[in-house]
Every structure is written in C-alpha cells, then in structure tokens.
Design a protein around this ligand. Sequence first.
Ligand code: SF4
Length: 155
Amino acid sequence: MCDKDQFNTEIEHEDHGFEYIVSSCLCGEKCRYDGKVFVLEKVKNLVDSGKAIMICPEVSGGMAVPRLPCEIKDGRVFSITLDDKTDCYFNGAIKALDIAKKYGITKAILKEKSPSCGSSYIYDGTFSRTLISGEGITTKLFRENGIKVISDEEF
Ligand code: SF4
C-alpha cells in the first residue's frame, strides 16, 4: 500500500523548451526518502533555464517524505520492514513516463542507486548497502520507451 493515494502531476506549460527530464532530488526538492535536501547545480541550472522538467516518481507514486528506504528484490520493491511497495513504484514510473511523452522528451538525468531512478547501480535488496549492477523501475520503463537515461554521476 502506498503512503498516499494520489499525487497531482499535472503540469501546465504548453510552450516549453524541455530537453531533459530530471530527478527532482538533484535540484533541491525535498523528496528524498530521508527528507534531506541536495542540489547538483549543473542539473538545477537546466531546470532554472527551462531546459529540463523535474519528476520524482516515488512521490508521484504516493510515497511520503520522509519514508522508509526501499530496495528491489526479484523485480519487486520492498521497504526495509518488508512491505511490498511495488505498485507505488510502477505507478510513479508510469506518471513520469506520461510527463516525458507529453513534452516529447527523450533524454533523462536521474539519480544513481535509487530503486526508481538508478541507471547503472542499485542496492541488492538486502538492506546491507550492497550495490549491484541494475536499474530502477522508472529508468527501466524510460529505456523501454526510447528515453536515453544517464545518471547524475555521468552528467
Ligand atoms: Fe525521487 Fe528519484 Fe530522487 Fe528518489 S531518486 S527521491 S524517486 S527523484
């Protein structure tokens, strides 16, 4: 079950110059699981200059801030207390994809290691801080739909 039932992702820009869709938590938005705020200036600059639009699939999917850490195990997403949050993660990924499609965006810069946004590495599902090669739920859906995803570490 998700933390919240609904999150409004409707955005009202008809005339846009968005080239990228980016993780909100790279731009100072308070959406990380631990409630901390972080800014990667070069990504935030894309947003500030109108070249990028932000998404947070986990908040869009109904997760609260802060929230328990979640990791992917065997294709499903579990919180550290072993609640199955898979539906929230897929709902958020679909909403993020809808936004990318709405604006015709084909490039994404997403936060590495996240169970939603990771693009090369994710945690292994044991909550032991062990990284493995893999991708998050949103990244996978983006790639399946022709969106090129790179990480904040590559950008
Ligand atoms: Fe949201 Fe993705 Fe950042 Fe996680 S990594 S807080 S899902 S934008």
